[in-house]
Ligand binder design. Structure first.
Ligand SMILES: N[C@@H](CCC(=O)N[C@@H](CS)C(=O)NCC(=O)O)C(=O)O
Length: 205
């Protein structure tokens, strides 16, 4: 199995975490996003949208991180990361959709402005940061209420939904707006639970 990605990429990290939960390693092919290698003709021949990750598995190839993690969980032996009962499965899918639809964009706006823009010598747009902070906080309020009565997003067990939130929360936690996580008691304890898993420590380390 070969995974094309970038070690700092949130989408690559979801796939690496899923592999680690399954106790599986893939050959890692590093794509240099800073040099634009994802837009090279060779890579575009694999991934027509020119982003990472991209998976090759014994002649079968695919892209889109959320699809890849579902594929890996279905295919690989090891602990199941998708609940077997319909309500928990529905919850898992709901939270993966919430992450993609409402959370990732404002969360990564904060990270882009406060981490990546200064790294490139630019000045953060604080209006964007404060607007995004409000939006991110509203989503985390909803998560906080849901986690009042359960340990993980899908219910009692860790699932692909938790994996899909981990990389974004990690970046957010490294900004001054990491308080968005720590000031919500149920989000805070969930974050402690999921971010200390050996799989995430391996990927984040
Ligand atoms: N929906 C895609 C998004 C992939 C994506 O945006 N990847 C980023 C890294 S996390 C990327 O390759 N960015 C480089 C670029 O946009 O050129 C997925 O989930 O795989």
């Amino acid at each position: 199995m070969k995974l094309y990605g970038h070690p700092g990429s949130t989408c690559t990290r979801k796939v690496l975490t899923t592999l680690a939960e399954k106790g599986r390693e893939a050959e890692f092919v590093s794509i240099d996003l800073f040099k634009g290698q994802q837009k090279s003709p060779d890579y575009l021949a694999k991934h027509p949208f020119g982003v990472v990750p991209f998976l090759e598995d014994d002649g079968f190839t695919m892209y889109e991180s959320r699809a890849i993690i579902r594929y890996l969980d279905a295919k690989l032996p090891g602990p199941k990361l998708t609940p077997g009962d319909a309500p928990s499965l529905g919850r898992m899918e709901q939270w993966i959709s919430v992450e993609q639809s409402y959370f990732t964009s404002p969360c990564m706006t904060i990270v882009r402005e406060l981490v990546f823009t200064p790294m490139r010598g630019g000045t953060p747009d604080m209006d964007k940061v404060f607007k995004a902070r409000g939006e991110t906080g509203k989503v985390l309020d909803v998560v906080d209420r849901a986690l009042m009565s359960q340990a993980y997003l899908a219910g009692d067990t860790f699932s692909l939904a938790d994996i899909s939130w981990l990389p974004y929360l990690q970046y957010l936690s490294a900004t001054p707006h990491g308080t968005l996580i720590t000031e919500r008691p149920f989000v805070k304890s969930w974050w402690q639970r999921i971010s200390t898993r050996p799989s995430w420590k391996k990927v984040n380390g």
